[in-house]
Design a protein around this ligand. Structure first.
Ligand code: BGC
Length: 253
């Protein structure tokens, strides 16, 4: 196994469709070498997913600390929710689970929290200043609350009721795909969700990440709320980079 280089760390982002890992240079926020992606197993049980996490670490010959994200509330390393992965994750002690598969120290945290931290470190100045709500739009909607770059973890805005349904059931990018919505139709829904968040939390800015933020030029100008809304800078690198940062800092939100 290669030894860990100073300032390098390793992040793994567990999502509904893929489990992705890479070594990260924390001086730059860039990947070192290729990112490795393995499809999330259909039955995304803790054991099946943990095996893949171990496989990624082994294939990448990484022996230092690892940060792992989950699309779940992770409080004191206990997994409390499982919206877009197998329900058997609920109640799992993440330290106990991954310790059976990994030889090195690791931390586990919510995916959107990790991505938010990465934006603070390597994204736009906007992310570091004042009260900011960072959102990831993907299979679900993830959120990270940031105050001058400090994280208030496990906020779960995707599950807030907006009208008669949860926000992520109306405006995630998965919903756009599933219902074949045009950008205009989808952003109309997103605006409704953002307006509700704005009304309740009044942040200085929203930052929007997730795969769909890469197409910002196609829909950004349709976003219409009073608060400034900016696209994330790290695109789909954010989860892995944030996980790697958490590992280095031994962060356990
Ligand atoms: C989960 C969150 C997660 C988000 C994005 C939501 O369904 O409840 O924990 O951050 O999806 O993956």
């Amino acid at each position: 196994m290669t030894s860990t280089k100073t300032g390098h760390s390793f992040g793994i982002d567990i999502g509904g469709s893929g489990i992705k890992g890479a070594e990260v240079d924390l001086n730059t926020g860039e990947f070192v070498g290729e990112r490795l992606k393995i499809a999330t197993p259909k039955q995304s049980t803790p054991e099946a997913v943990a095996k893949i996490v171990a496989q990624i670490v082994a294939e990448k010959e990484w022996s230092g600390p690892v940060g792992i994200t989950l699309p779940s509330v992770v409080k004191e390393q206990k997994v409390l929710t499982a919206a877009n992965i197998d329900k058997s994750w609920i109640g799992v002690d993440a330290q106990e689970l991954f310790a059976q598969y990994l030889d090195q120290p690791f931390v586990v945290l919510n995916d959107a929290d990790a991505a938010g931290l990465a934006e603070v470190a390597f994204g736009d100045e906007v992310a570091r200043t004042g009260s900011v709500i960072f959102l990831t739009l993907g299979t679900g909607i993830g959120s990270a609350f940031l105050l001058d770059g400090q994280l208030f973890p496990n906020t779960e805005l995707g599950h807030m009721m907006v009208g008669d349904a949860e926000a992520e059931h109306q405006a995630s990018s998965a919903v756009k795909e599933r219902e074949g919505l045009k950008y205009k139709q989808w952003v109309k829904r997103l605006n409704k969700v953002l307006a509700e968040y704005e009304k309740l939390f009044n942040p200085h800015a929203f930052i929007i990440g997730g795969g769909i933020s890469r197409k910002w030029d196609k829909w950004g100008e349709l976003v219409g709320i009073d608060t400034p809304v900016a696209p994330a800078q790290l695109r789909n690198r954010a989860g892995i980079v944030g996980a790697a940062m958490a590992a280095q800092q031994n962060l356990r939100p």
